[in-house]
Design a protein around this ligand. Structure first.
Ligand code: NAD
Length: 304
């Protein structure tokens, strides 16, 4: 039996992820939680999701309160304010920290051994905050962002190289934000030799990646399918204990020469959450950019 709870389930990311997870039939139960004023909408989302499952998935989806989350294996938090056009993720910090405080306190009344996946922005700061304000092992306190950034990197490269995105293995580490670090040195292609890019090309790719989320927000008001699919990859790897490597935000303890900061690094996922941080051999400029990303996050953490 596997139980997943989604906090913020009436929202764009929460509801899309709930549907994505439910149709794959890999968990027994999904609990949708949102604020009381969205109760009716959340009940409707759960019922509509159940109607999508009846031919191929026995996952049970229902709307509940915090007591219904009791003994969840994984809790995905997508609750909080999203960015509006023109806003940065850090603009959301204070409001979303306060929202997260009340959610974590409520969850801890009913759960003591669970994996949390923070999606709410600014995700790296909030994941560190959740870790530091509790007594849970860092392996079970994870932030989502790097999988989505890396998906955007793969897609951008696929357009540039005229290859299918699935033929490209490429990752973004560091902040889920402006100081993200595309790891050009580790790009692997299944069919051709490793590509080389000039500094100008790399800069142009990075600049396009930094704007990709806001492009979508300006066009359709929110990012939806990208985060939903990325969360599914993360959660399914934990449930299937499949050792997949994905960039996720986790509090570092000396890895990559960094400590007391949560940012995206490649990790093996498994039944306890993070099994291991993989330390890639980065180029000097990538290592330097990762260090700068950590410094940016550390100075912003003081704003929380
Ligand atoms: P949304 O406004 O559509 O949904 C947010 C939901 O949270 C709403 O349904 C709201 O009622 C709920 N909520 C607010 N306070 C709550 C509380 N105290 N308890 C329970 N539920 C509460 O926003 P969205 O587009 O789904 O985005 C949600 C968050 O995820 C934002 O902070 C956004 O920036 C972030 N996000 C992160 C990534 C990532 O890669 N990490 C990607 C997309 C969005």
């Amino acid at each position: 039996m596997t139980k997943v709870s989604i906090i913020g389930a009436a929202g764009t990311v929460g509801s899309s992820f709930g549907y994505h997870l439910a149709v794959q039939s890999i968990v027994t139960e999904i609990v949708y939680v949102d604020i009381p004023s969205k109760h009716s909408f959340t009940v409707g989302q759960a019922e509509d999701t159940n109607h999508a499952l009846a031919y191929h998935s026995d996952t049970e989806v229902f709307c509940g309160d915090y007591s219904d989350t009791e003994n969840s294996d994984i809790i995905v938090i997508t609750a909080g304010k999203p960015r509006q056009p023109g806003q940065t993720r850090i603009d959301l910090a204070t409001d979303n920290k306060n929202i997260l405080d009340s959610i974590i306190n409520s969850l801890l009344e009913y759960n003591d051994d669970f994996i949390s996946i923070i999606t709410t922005n600014p995700v790296d700061l909030l994941n560190r905050y959740v870790f530091e304000s509790g007594n849970r092992p860092r392996e079970s306190v994870l932030g989502f962002g790097g999988i989505l950034d890396s998906a955007r990197f793969r897609y951008t490269l696929s357009q540039k190289l005229s290859l299918p995105p699935t033929a490209i293995d490429a990752a973004i580490l560091g902040e889920h934000g402006d100081s993200q670090v595309p790891i050009f040195s580790q790009i692997k292609l299944s069919e051709t030799t490793t590509p080389t890019f000039s500094p100008d090309e790399m800069e142009a790719i990075l600049s396009s990646l930094k704007e990709s989320a806001m492009r979508v927000i300006e066009q359709k008001k929110a990012t939806q399918w990208g985060p939903s699919a990325g969360l599914y990859h993360m959660v399914s790897s934990i449930i299937e204990d499949n050792n997949h490597t994905y960039p996720c935000s986790v509090v570092l303890d000396g890895e990559y020469g960094l400590s007391n900061v949560s940012l995206g690094v490649p990790i093996h996922l498994g039944s306890n959450g993070m099994k291991e941080i993989i330390e890639w051999d980065l180029s000097p400029s990538e290592q330097n950019a990762l260090q700068k990303s950590a410094e940016k996050l550390n100075s912003e953490y003081n704003l929380l």
